[in-house]
Design a protein around this ligand. Structure first.
Ligand SMILES: O=C(O)c1ccc[n+]([C@@H]2O[C@H](COP(=O)([O-])O)[C@@H](O)[C@H]2O)c1
Ligand SMILES: Cc1cc2nc[nH]c2cc1C
Length: 341
């Protein structure tokens, strides 16, 4: 996609373009220990890859998971005026409260598995513009929201799980995907929180209306984000960029969080190398978006909740993988005979 880093996005595009590489020496260090653990080589499959992933992107042959964080970015969307969700817009703020008092699925996953949960509210009282009628955000607000998302890692997590909450945002993710990858609304919409067939057809028509309205302006990934937007999607993009520059591996949640990664990927495919895609959501467009980036999801559990729930479960697997890597005995320690060649 042609790059046109217009004024407020210049630094952001620069940060997406000049990226630190992964630490292959750290990966070799992990592999050397893995080869000595009391198991046939490779027998922990993707769990071994998770430890290598942590080492590569933390830049540490002895990776840690002492401070893993699930960050939920919450935003509201003007397009909900068009009746594109099964739930009212107020649910965004109500669920934010539920996250913090412990009643949400993500709250309990985090409590059970000792993951830090932080919620970043993005002007919930100020929904973005209705994309069927106007731009979601102006360029300056969009760039400022990306910058705000970069601050999410201020607590220096050693793993960042990215999730979101925002009634209407599966419509926004569908519009972004159509703008990035082509196709019409019907190719990218799904039931979201639970639309019936008639609701789905209407949602596709609303995406098509937005694409037609903004057609001449969807010239690069940052323009696509500003026009079709979502404050939480902008902030997730910022968090993902900052994490790369601060040696923090990222786990991306579902359909909506993946749209933020797709925007980064559209600027520079290498910009998502430090990301694992936790799962393939039940939202049908998610698999297509992952395929478009040629990335494979870790899990396929039929989940379509959002709020970081899939990413948190992937983090649980990463914690397990690292625990095994650190605590299993070597062949020597356990007096188990190693392979003959
Ligand atoms: O990320 C996903 O895979 C996903 C799939 C379906 C729904 N959601 C969540 O549901 C909300 C958006 O759904 P909707 O129907 O209001 O567009 C938002 O809060 C998302 O976190 C999330
Ligand atoms: C209740 C509810 C919880 C959610 N969590 C993430 N998105 C959500 C959407 C709804 C409607």
């Amino acid at each position: 996609m042609p790059q046109a880093p217009r004024a407020p996005f210049g630094e952001i595009v620069q940060l997406l373009s000049v990226l630190p590489a992964g630490d292959e020496a750290a990966v070799e260090f992990v592999r050397a220990r893995d080869a000595r653990l009391t198991k046939p080589r490779g027998s922990l499959g993707a769990l071994e890859g998770l430890v290598e992933f942590l080492a590569r992107w933390q830049g540490n042959g002895e990776p840690t998971l002492d401070n893993p964080m699930v960050a939920i970015f919450a935003g509201n969307h003007g397009v909900t005026d068009q009746g594109v969700s099964a739930y009212p817009r107020d649910v965004t703020a109500q669920m934010v409260k539920n996250f913090t008092v412990g009643g949400a699925a993500i709250s309990q996953i985090c409590a059970l598995h000792e993951l830090n949960l932080r919620v970043f509210e993005l002007a919930l009282e100020l929904p973005t513009g209705d994309i069927t009628l106007e731009p979601a955000l102006d360029d300056r607000m969009c760039a400022a929201t990306i910058a705000y998302g970069m601050e999410a890692i201020a607590g220096r997590p050693d793993l960042l799980c990215i999730g979101e909450m925002g009634i209407g945002n599966t419509t926004i993710a569908a519009a972004i995907n159509a703008a990035l990858y082509g196709g019409s609304g019907a190719d990218w919409v799904g039931p979201g929180t639970g639309l019936d067939d008639a609701g789905l057809a209407h949602k596709a028509a609303m995406v098509d209306r937005a694409l037609a309205l903004h057609r001449d302006h969807l010239v690069d990934p940052m323009a696509i984000l500003a026009r079709l937007g979502g404050r939480e999607i902008a902030a997730m993009l910022g968090a993902l960029i900052a994490a790369r520059h601060q040696n923090i591996p990222v786990i991306v949640d579902g359909y909506v969080a993946t749209a933020a990664a797709s925007l980064a990927h559209a600027v520079n495919p290498d910009a998502i190398a430090h990301c694992i895609f936790a799962h393939v959501s039940g939202e049908p467009g998610h698999r297509r978006a992952l395929d478009a980036m040629e990335v494979r999801p870790l899990l396929d559990l039929g989940m379509r909740l959002g709020e970081g729930s899939g990413a948190a479960l992937a983090a649980v697997l990463a914690k397990t993988a690292l625990h095994l890597h650190n605590r299993m005995a070597t062949f020597e320690e356990a007096a188990v005979s190693d392979r003959e060649s």
